[in-house]
Design a protein around this ligand. Structure first.
Ligand SMILES: *Cc1c(COP(=O)(O)O)cnc(C)c1O
Length: 384
C-alpha cells in the first residue's frame, strides 16, 4: 500500500534521539527550549511553547485566549475535530463558518456575513485552519477580528514551512497565536507533538502555566512571598501537556530538513497537477497570496465528467494498493456534534466538497514511480 502520508527519518534524527537517551534529561531539559527557539526563529515569531500534541496546543491556546463557559469559538467545518473540540474543553460554545469553494478554507466573506448578523452570538475566538497547507485569507480575517475584538488562533497543523504574504506561517503577523502539529503524517514530526507560537508576552506566560499544572517558579508571576529556593506556586489550573526532550531532539533534527521536505512536496504537487490535467477531477486551486506547505493533495471528482461514485472510486483505489484518504468529514456532521444540535445542510459548501473529495498520497519521501502508480490507478478507476 502506498500510504497517504509518511514520516522521513534519517540517521541524524535517530542519533539526536539516542543522544538524549544517554543524557541526564529525558524531559524538562535543554532540548525543549532549543527546539522552541529553533521553530520560533524559523517562523519569525517571538515565543514558542512545545507540547505533547496539537490538540493540547489548541486547548492551551484557547485557555490563554480566555475562552470559558458562555463564550464562543468559531472555526471551519472542514477540519479535524480537534480544531473545535478545544472550545468544548473550555466549556465554551462552538459554531462554524462555511468554506470557500475554491480553497476549501474558512471563507472570509461568510465570516463577515455571520459576524455582522444581529441575532448571532459573536465569537470570542476564531480558529482559521490552513487546510492542506494553504493559508486562509488572513488579512480579511484579521481585519474582521480586530473590528469585533476577537482572538485569532491559526490552526497551522498542515502548514509549517508554508508562506503567506511573503512571510512564514507561524510569524503571527495576522493572528494572536499559531498552532503546529508534529504528528508523523504532518510536515515534520516528533512522534506526537505540537507547538503554540505567539508574539505576545501575556499569552506566552499563560501558555507556560497551562502546559504544566498552572505552576510557576517565576517570582514575577507569584501571588505570595517566596518561601525559599524550593518554592513554587500553582496560580492557575493547568495540565501536564509537556513534550519530552526525546521528541524535541527529533523535532530539532527534522527542522533542519524542513525546506527540503516542503520543496519535495511542492515538486510532487506540481507533478500531480500535470499528470492529472486530463482526468475528470478538480485539482487543488492555489491562491496567489501564499505558498502552500502541501500537507495534502486533495482532488474532487468532477461529477459533470464522470459518473463513478466517490465511495466506489475510493474502494477501487484502496484495492489497487493506493492509500487514499478523505479530509474531512465535516465536523458538524459527527454524531457528537449532531447531538449538540448541528444539522445536515447547515454548511452546504463543506458538505458538497466532502461528498466528492479524495486525498491522494503525498509525502516528502514519495518517489516519482510511486506517484506514477497512483496516477495510473486513478486513470483506470476513472476509465480514462
Ligand atoms: C493533525 C491535526 C490536528 C491535531 O494534531 P495532533 O498533533 O494529532 O493533536 C489538529 N488540527 C488539524 C487541522 C490537524 O490536521
Amino acid at each position: 500500500m502506498i500510504p497517504y502520508g509518511h514520516q522521513d527519518i534519517n540517521r541524524a534524527d535517530i542519533e539526536a534521539v539516542v543522544r538524549v537517551l544517554q543524557s541526564d534529561w529525558l524531559t524538562q531539559g535543554p532540548d525543549i527550549e532549543n527546539f522552541e527557539k529553533a521553530v520560533a526563529d524559523y517562523c519569525g515569531a517571538k515565543y514558542a511553547v512545545a507540547v505533547n500534541s496539537a490538540t493540547s496546543a489548541l486547548h492551551i491556546a484557547c485557555m490563554a485566549a480566555g475562552l470559558t463557559k458562555g463564550r464562543m469559538l468559531w472555526t471551519t467545518p472542514n477540519t479535524f475535530v480537534a480544531s473545535s473540540n478545544c472550545g468544548l474543553y473550555c466549556g465554551a460554545d462552538v459554531s462554524f463558518v462555511d468554506i470557500n469553494p475554491k480553497t476549501y478554507n474558512l471563507d472570509a466573506d461568510e465570516l463577515k456575513k455571520k459576524i455582522e448578523q444581529q441575532d448571532q452570538q459573536k465569537p470570542d475566538v476564531i480558529i482559521p485552519v490552513h487546510f492542506s497547507g494553504q493559508a486562509c485569507d488572513m488579512k480579511a480575517i484579521a481585519a474582521l477580528a480586530k473590528e469585533h475584538h476577537v482572538t485569532v488562533i491559526e490552526d497551522a497543523s498542515h502548514a509549517i514551512g508554508g508562506e503567506y504574504d511573503g512571510k512564514k506561517i507561524g510569524c503571527c503577523e495576522y493572528s494572536d497565536m499559531t498552532v503546529f502539529s508534529f504528528h508523523p503524517v504532518k510536515i515534520i514530526t516528533t512522534g506526537e507533538g505540537g507547538m503554540v507560537l505567539t508574539n505576545r508576552t501575556d499569552l506566552y506566560n499563560k501558555l507556560l502555566l497551562a502546559r504544566s499544572h498552572g505552576i510557576t517558579r517565576d517570582k514575577a508571576l507569584m501571588l505570595e512571598p517566596d518561601e525559599g529556593p524550593w518554592y513554587y506556586e500553582q496560580v492557575d489550573l493547568g495540565y501536564n501537556y509537556r513534550m519530552t526532550d526525546l521528541q524535541a531532539a527529533l523535532g530539532e533534527s527534522q527542522l533542519k530538513r524542513i525546506d527540503e521536505f516542503v520543496a519535495k512536496r511542492r515538486a510532487l504537487a506540481a507533478r500531480y497537477d500535470r499528470l492529472l490535467a486530463k482526468l475528470p477531477v478538480v485539482r487543488p486551486y492555489q491562491a496567489k497570496d501564499g505558498a502552500s506547505a502541501w500537507h495534502l493533495y486533495v482532488i474532487q471528482l468532477d461529477t459533470d465528467k464522470t459518473h463513478i461514485a466517490r465511495r466506489e472510486a475510493f474502494e477501487q483505489l484502496r484495492e489497487k494498493g493506493i492509500g487514499v484518504n478523505v479530509h474531512y468529514i465535516p465536523v458538524h456532521l459527527q454524531p457528537y456534534y449532531r447531538q449538540l444540535g448541528f444539522k445536515e445542510g447547515a454548511y452546504p459548501v463543506a458538505e458538497q466538497y466532502y461528498s466528492r473529495a479524495i486525498t491522494l498520497p503525498l509525502y516528502a519521501a514519495m518517489s516519482e514511480a510511486q506517484q506514477d502508480a497512483v496516477v495510473a490507478a486513478l486513470r483506470e478507476v476513472l476509465q480514462q
